[in-house]
Design a protein around this ligand. Structure first.
Ligand code: UGA
Length: 441
């Protein structure tokens, strides 16, 4: 099938690559000429396991094209995905200017019938706005072309995006058109084997499903972080509590890992956006407001432990930091807990010596060259001459370190672990003073 994807970000690029992989003929459009040129050379703008070979081989096979030429792209596809960003406005609500600009462009160039599919995470009611934008533009141009608008939210996770798209749990189709549903079922049929994963519904429910999914997961995390905070005060161990409640299949083990807060491009943005949409609809989303507030505080947690340990005297301290990305297997630093920590440490007069397997270039891009930030080539080098160690991301490479070497390298035998990677009793045996989240101080 001939498919066009607007927006070569995370969602757009991965979705385009897997669609090409199963044989669809995909054209990707982006306004960023530099990004398009690089992709043509096989340079992928993001780090995502398995993505580079997928993009390269499908580009070489001619099934995946990159261009800035919107007209060409719109002529190409009868299925047109909108996968551009919806950055938060100043007040946290999703900004639709890019989505609506694409809608206008589609209307300007479309000739025959098109199915326009919203992949971006967009507030409930956006499909109507896209529909109106296309209709108004067509009218102003005196065109009478027909089209459908479908909501088809994406549920991929960074770090396992290719796999998530290849083997989706569910394919949500919000549509009011039988014809569009038929085409999308056909498009997704290579990913819809074993059992039917397509769930069809009205457009607004599909739009809300995306927010509800992310907000539910964020709620689980903030809830667990709250329990961790209680465990600290009650002298309990949250890791025992986690195992205890996760064994109830109604609760489950997933997304109940306490830590130094959730980050990334989705949870913080989507929780805030749903709170704002709720307000606009005259409803105060109290659960979600609390989810956000708990997470905000949680990101300051490691700094609080550190500051308390040193009685507020952090001036001149050199901090070894393992993990910068918001989670493992990505170089994404958006809303990462490490940023809150580093910025607070710097403000307190400490310096940071950090290692991350993938996110160091991104860290450099964000913070530039500064005296109080050293990025080191290995996790061991980050320890050299440092006063203590802090862990912000649970990369596999951090799970079984040489504790004797850590102790020898640090001024103080002290670890602050924002991801609960080690057993406190073991740390005690090594003679390491160990702070974790909700495990008794
Ligand atoms: C999230 C959702 O999981 C995807 O289903 C969704 O498609 C995506 O957002 C999106 O809307 O695009 P992602 O942001 O890639 O995916 O990352 P997650 O794996 O969900 O992790 C988010 C944050 O929660 C990370 O900072 C992670 O460290 C934290 N987390 C996760 C916890 O603190 N505890 C947990 O138990 C799980």
């Amino acid at each position: 099938m001939r498919v066009t994807v607007f927006g070569i970000g995370y969602v757009g690029l991965v979705q385009a690559a897997v669609m090409a992989e199963v044989g669809h003929d995909v054209v990707c459009i982006d306004v960023d000429q530099n990004k398009v040129d690089k992709l043509k050379e096989g340079i992928i703008p993001i780090y995502e396991p398995g993505l580079t070979p997928l993009v390269k081989s499908n580009f070489e096979a001619g099934r995946l094209q990159f261009t800035t030429d919107a007209k060409k792209g719109i002529e190409h596809g009868n299925l047109i995905f909108i996968a551009v960003g919806t950055p938060p406005d100043e007040d946290g609500s999703a900004d639709l200017k890019y989505v609506l600009a694409v809608a206008e462009t589609i209307a300007t160039h479309m000739q025959g019938h098109k199915v326009v599919i919203n992949k971006s995470t967009v507030p409930v009611g956006t499909a109507d706005k896209v529909r109106n934008k296309i209709s108004d533009t067509l009218k102003s141009l005196g065109k009478e072309t027909t089209f459908d608008v479908v909501s088809n939210p994406e549920f991929l996770k960074e770090g396992s995006a290719v796999n998530d798209c290849m083997r989706p749990d569910r394919i949500i189709l919000g549509t009011d058109s039988e014809q569009a549903e038929k085409l999308l079922r056909e498009l997704y049929s290579p990913f819809n084997r074993n059992h039917d994963k397509v769930i069809t519904m009205d457009i607004r429910s599909a739009e809300l499903t995306k927010y509800a999914a992310n907000c539910m997961l964020a709620t689980k995390i903030s809830f667990m972080n709250e329990i961790a905070n209680l465990a600290e005060r009650f002298g309990a161990d949250v890791e025992n509590v986690r195992r205890g409640i996760g064994s109830d299949p109604r609760i489950g083990y997933q997304f109940i890992y306490p830590g130094c807060g959730y980050g990334g491009s989705c949870f913080p943005k989507d929780v805030q956006a749903l709170v704002r949409s709720a307000n606009a609809a005259g409803y105060q989303a109290r659960v979600l407001e609390a989810v956000e507030a708990v997470n905000y505080d949680q990101k300051e947690k490691l700094f609080e432990y550190i500051n308390r340990h040193f009685s507020g005297d952090l001036k001149g301290k050199k901090v070894a930091l393992w993990g910068l990305s918001f989670k493992p297997n990505t170089d994404d630093m958006r809303e990462a807990s490490s940023r809150v920590l580093m910025e607070k440490l710097w403000a307190a007069g400490a310096s940071v010596q950090a290692f991350d397997p993938e996110a160091m270039e991104e860290t450099q891009r964000i913070y530039g060259v500064r005296q109080d930030l050293q990025l080191t080539g290995t996790k061991e080098a980050a320890l050299a001459g440092a006063d203590f160690l802090v862990i912000c991301t649970e990369w596999q490479a951090f799970r079984a370190p040489d504790f004797e070497a850590i102790k020898a390298a640090l001024t103080y035998p002290l670890i602050f672990d924002g991801r609960n990677l080690f057993e406190p009793t073991r740390m005690m045996e090594y003679g390491l003073h160990y702070y974790a989240i909700g495990r008794g101080l």
